[in-house]
Design a binder for this molecule. Structure first.
Ligand code: GDP
Length: 663
């Protein structure tokens, strides 16, 4: 029987059993360790005196400021593993040794140990033998053996210098009411190894929306209730929230589930994920997936390959929990939950539940009728309707809170995903959200986000992008940049935003000659009318590759047509407006042909040509327009030309396809 099985049977926390047996002198490593009869007998005698899991759950008390403890690393024995361990993870710098007699505790070959400590190999082999370990020169010694060997030889030791990013959870919260909290879990792994399938399976089978009387809505995170406790799974596209928040040197996840397909084994993104989890300082639970489609022996092969990344499975004496699963058919998933809860119990996760709320944005988007909203996970405090907050470059006042079951709530404690409305502008994924005083909020409001100034690039295709979420926007921009490089064509993104296409988007596109490419969003009715009025091209898509294909066609069309410059209209200046912050506008009367906002102009004073340039903004009755025909008045700005005078004559030229040129 293993510790966790005993724990379940007798309703005693694994941690208590561990402590009890370790104190009694048993060499017990973790909750996966197998109990011998002697240990079981001893435990049975004491079980009544131990706290039960049920009692533990309701415990709510004032505690010391320690918010998170790392799980205790357990001993590892290397001699059972003749396989060499390659370089361990890259982010642990192997610094030159400051003092030759000091050694950094990390896994290394015996030969390396000899070299670093300037000890003869033979002496090391003999010392290890005395310790009961048979080793050869090229044998890899795991960290624990390195430490013990160093101790035997009287060599001082140092821990590897991993730059541990400061985590938000490390912020000391000195006072308040602390309560146990569920772990936040991120599922990481190589593409196609089954992250989505696992999360879909969990969502379908474990998130009991009906019990709560609502429909679950996508919040970028969801809470799963299992027999042993609750777990919060991060469910953002590409785990954007995890990586973005990590990128800022803080953490939102407590445990990483590393998913590895049994048929593929460890792949580059698996290693990347291992590194991310290690730098974040969070334990990894390995799920070996797709066991339904492979021979049982593949599981051991994958486990073997983990050893070289310093992930030694528990059943081999290490501290990494490995669970074989089939995400597609659900096999082993309950066991995975159980292991996650056990791991989290060892971590003694707590949160302060009464102070001002602080947390992170997991997702953000505009919501009809609510304006910009964001999903948050608060890590401390209580968030209430009416609270003022700052969040990245924006802020606001909470005017509605909606939980993952689409229920409106008035306040929410930490570690419950919630959608918050009341933002002044869209927040970014990964932004820190903090409740502040009204005054502090006011101060930040003056720093509100603005659209970037429009910059037109000669010869580039101007695009205005709208997407459904920040993450699809980012994905689109990345794909468009890549396509641009492939086609050797510059795309000029006038504006990229999240949400339905609005009137102001169309006006911006009209003013800048941009085409609108909209992804998975709708076109507001009035915006549609405006696209017709200003002849703005707009295309909507719900699949990224279709959008890219269409862009490619667009570029091709643009390339093939040979264009010639022809005069299309003439106007005379009637008024000059010098408007601060905008420029000098020529108010003209078009007396023949037409003026187009895509045109270039030549300016004449009497018989003298006094300037030229391209039209920057063409307006009629203060509205941007595409063209103005003879008999009407208009106003426009011209690039690099401001020296207008009444009665100047202006000719408008357009590049038109050669085929359209009237001879
Ligand atoms: P992701 O890229 O990591 O999110 O991987 P997906 O969840 O999209 O899975 C990639 C492919 O593997 C899909 O075709 C899944 O149906 C398949 N797959 C995922 N889990 C399993 C599993 O447990 N067994 C089998 N046979 N196929 C699986």
């Amino acid at each position: 029987m293993r510790i966790y099985e005993f724990s379940r049977k007798h309703n005693v926390p694994s941690k208590e059993i561990l402590h009890f047996l370790q104190n009694a002198g048993f060499d017990i490593k973790s909750h996966m360790s197998v109990l011998n009869q002697k240990a079981i007998d001893l435990l049975l005698g004491h079980v009544k005196e131990m706290p039960t899991t049920a009692k533990k759950k309701v415990a709510q008390k004032k505690v010391s400021p320690v918010v998170k403890k790392s799980p205790k690393k357990q001993a590892v024995v290397s001699e059972e593993f003749p396989k060499p361990i390659a370089d361990i993870y890259q982010e642990v710098p192997k610094e030159p040794i400051a003092h030759p007699k000091e050694i950094i505790i990390e896994s290394m070959s015996l030969a390396d140990f000899a070299q670093r400590t300037e000890k003869p190999v033979n002496e090391l082999i003999v010392t290890l033998l005395k310790m009961g370990i048979v080793a050869t020169k090229n044998q890899i010694l795991l960290k624990d053996v390195v430490a013990r060997l160093a101790e035997q030889l009287g060599i001082s030791t140092a821990k590897p210098r991993v730059e541990k990013a400061p985590t938000f959870k490390d912020i000391e919260v000195k006072e308040g009411v602390f309560k146990e909290r569920p772990p936040v879990v991120v599922v990481l792994g190589h593409v196609d190894h089954g992250k989505t399938t696992l999360l879909d399976y969990i969502r379908k089978t474990k998130v009991a929306a009906k019990e709560k009387g609502g429909i679950t809505q996508h919040l970028g995170a969801y809470e799963v209730k299992v027999k042993q406790g609750n777990i919060i799974f991060l469910d953002t596209p590409g785990h954007e929230a995890f990586y973005k928040i990590r990128g800022r040197g803080v953490g939102v996840a407590d445990i990483a589930v590393l998913i590895i397909a049994a048929d593929d084994g460890v792949m580059p993104q698996t290693v990347e994920a291992i590194n991310h989890a290690k730098v974040a300082g969070i334990p990894i639970v390995v799920a070996i997936n797709k066991v339904d489609k492979v021979e049982a022996s593949r599981v051991d092969v994958v486990k073997q390959s983990l050893v070289q990344y310093d992930l030694l499975p528990e059943e081999w004496g290490g501290d990494v929990i490995v669970v074989p699963i089939s995400a597609k058919f659900g096999q082993g998933v309950d066991h995975l939950f159980e292991m996650i809860v056990l791991q989290s119990q060892l971590m003694e996760l707590k949160a302060e539940i009464s102070g001002l709320a602080k947390g992170y944005v997991l997702e953000s988007k505009p919501e009809k009728g609510l304006g910009p909203v964001a999903t948050l996970i608060c890590q401390h405090g209580r968030l209430k309707i009416g609270d003022y907050f700052v969040c990245g470059k924006t802020g606001g006042r909470v005017n509605s809170l909606i939980d993952s079951f689409s229920k409106k709530i008035k306040e929410v404690g930490p570690y419950i995903p919630v959608q918050v409305a009341g933002f002044d502008a869209l927040a970014e994924v990964g932004d820190l959200f903090e409740v502040v005083s009204k005054e502090e909020y006011r101060k930040t409001k003056s720093r509100a986000v603005e659209r970037k100034p429009v910059l037109l690039v000669e010869g580039a295709l101007n695009l205005l992008i709208k997407a459904d979420t920040n993450s699809s926007k980012e994905a689109l921009l990345g794909a468009i940049a890549k396509l641009g490089r492939k086609l050797e064509k510059e795309f000029n993104i006038i504006y990229a935003g999240v949400g339905d296409v609005t009137e102001s988007d169309v006006v911006l596109a009209a003013n800048t000659g941009a085409s609108i490419f909209a992804f998975y969003v709708k076109l507001e009715h009035n915006a549609l009318l405006l696209t017709q009025r200003y002849a703005v091209t707009i295309q909507t898509f719900d699949v990224i590759y279709k959008l890219l294909e269409s862009l490619e066609e667009f570029v091709e069309k643009h390339k093939k047509v040979k264009k010639v410059l022809v005069k299309v209209g003439e106007a005379v200046v009637r008024k000059v407006f010098d408007i601060k912050g905008i420029g000098v506008i020529a108010g003209c009367y078009v007396r023949e042909g037409r003026f187009s906002r895509d045109g270039t102009v030549v300016i004449w004073r009497g018989k003298q040509k006094i300037g030229s340039g391209s039209i920057k903004s063409l307006q009629r009755e203060r509205r941007p327009v595409k063209e103005v025909h003879a008999g009407f008045e208009c106003g426009f700005l011209v690039d690099d030309f401001t020296d207008w005078a009444i009665d100047d004559r202006v000719e408008c030229f357009l590049k038109i396809p050669e085929s359209q040129k009237k001879s």
